[in-house]
Design a protein around this ligand. Structure first.
Ligand SMILES: NC(=O)c1ccc[n+]([C@@H]2O[C@H](COP(=O)([O-])OP(=O)(O)OC[C@H]3O[C@@H](n4cnc5c(N)ncnc54)[C@H](OP(=O)(O)O)[C@@H]3O)[C@@H](O)[C@H]2O)c1
Length: 194
């Protein structure tokens, strides 16, 4: 059975992007935390991301997140689509560009999460269905009772405004902390089961 995981990075005050979709606060973040027990940065080799990504069998993202990826990696100009070999559902109600190339499997959809879930879960098999974001998409999964885990890497930056980690209150209310990881750059990963 698939596990649906919302895996993302958030500012200390609960934003995943600035209002203009900038992620400079995350991509340019440099901090330090030196104890021996600290792990390499989440994006470094051997960091948390690679381990998580190996478990991912299917992905789902909102259109703003999808377009940020296309633009940031310059996919139209020859940059590589980062999720080759894994089906990625993109939720949208308007026309979107589609990347090309071997192994690219982007499935554009305009429907409630509840209607798409079985198809996405079947594609993920017994692996992870990664809810890439944003907060509105994560809230739709939570509303449907289809969000199993939240893995958020907290970046010690306060933005004051931006795109929220979740758009709405979680209907189930309670979460169980299942693990934490502290990185050498001062970020902290929190893992919760819903
Ligand atoms: N820090 C992180 O780890 C992290 C993770 C993910 C994303 N991000 C960033 O956070 C920002 C996210 O922005 P966001 O929260 O505004 O947007 P988003 O969730 O990426 O996209 C929202 C849009 O998706 C479409 N959509 C969502 N659900 C739908 C459904 N069920 N059916 C049809 N269309 C649906 C709608 O677009 P239309 O109707 O306009 O098509 C909606 O306006 C982006 O800048 C992204 O790069 C950061």
């Amino acid at each position: 059975m698939a596990t649906t995981v919302y895996y993302c990075a958030s500012s200390l005050d609960g934003y995943i992007a600035e209002d203009d979709d900038s992620l400079d606060w995350l991509l340019n973040y440099q901090g330090t935390f030196e104890p021996e027990t600290a792990d390499p940065s989440p994006m470094d080799e051997g960091g948390a991301y690679e381990g998580f990504y190996e478990s991912v069998r299917a992905l789902v993202a909102g259109s703003a997140t999808y377009e940020w990826i296309l633009d940031h990696l310059d996919v139209a100009g020859g940059g590589e689509w980062p999720y080759r070999g894994k089906p990625c559902w993109v939720l949208r109600s308007r026309d979107l560009r589609l990347p090309e190339g071997e192994g690219v499997d982007v499935r554009i959809a305009d429907a409630p999460v509840g209607e798409l879930y079985s198809e996405m879960a079947a594609a993920a098999g017994d692996g992870v269905l990664w809810v890439v974001g944003g907060g509105g998409v994560a809230s739709q999964f939570a509303d449907e009772g289809r969000l199993d885990e939240v893995q958020v890497t907290v970046v010690p930056v306060v933005l004051g405004a931006g795109k929220k980690l979740f758009e709405r209150r979680l209907p189930s209310g309670s979460m169980q902390l299942t693990g934490t990881r502290t990185f050498k750059n001062g970020m902290v990963e929190l893992r919760y089961e819903i």
